[in-house]
Design a protein around this ligand. Structure first.
Ligand SMILES: [Zn+2]
Length: 154
């Protein structure tokens, strides 16, 4: 009576295979591209930002005055990096699962671009906020390095 594998076995096999595929995608494809995205930014912007603070020779008094805008900037930066990471992951899984779905792919790309744009905006605003607490010569150097970081993509 029972000839060949039962339909249930096929269903189970299909589920296991798709689970394995999503595991594979989650383990390899998605984190890799997500990490690449945030690496790009953690390498450029925050390193530049730290370098900037060190190079400006910020005094302890200035650090104290800057503390609240620094922590606000840090929160915004973390949120935006997370948005970029999540969008990068969903781009990777869309490319894997629905490579012909150009609308979903474009939505992911738009989200990545918009979060990156906001991050740049937040950084420039932060530099201008910082400038208020600096001496005139520190402020001049800050503006110069900010301009250079934009034009040379430091
Ligand atoms: Zn700062």
């Amino acid at each position: 009576m029972n000839q060949g594998p039962s339909p249930l076995l096929w269903i189970v096999t299909a589920v296991v295979l798709s689970a394995f595929t999503s595991f594979f995608v989650a383990q390899f494809a998605a984190p890799k591209s997500g990490r690449a995205q945030s690496d790009l930014l953690t390498k450029s912007s925050p390193d530049f930002h730290e370098w900037l603070h060190a190079e400006l020779a910020i005094t302890p008094e200035q650090e104290k005055a800057l503390a609240s805008i620094e922590s606000q900037f840090e929160r915004q930066r973390i949120d935006l990096l997370e948005r970029i990471r999540v969008a990068g992951q969903s781009l990777a899984s869309t490319l894997e699962a629905k490579p012909d779905d150009s609308e979903s792919i474009n939505n992911c790309l738009r989200e990545i671009n918009s979060a990156q744009g906001e991050l740049q905006q937040v950084m420039i605003t932060h530099f201008l906020d910082m400038k208020e607490h600096l001496s005139p010569s520190q402020a001049t150097r800050l503006l110069q390095w900010t301009r250079e970081s934009i034009t040379h993509d430091r």
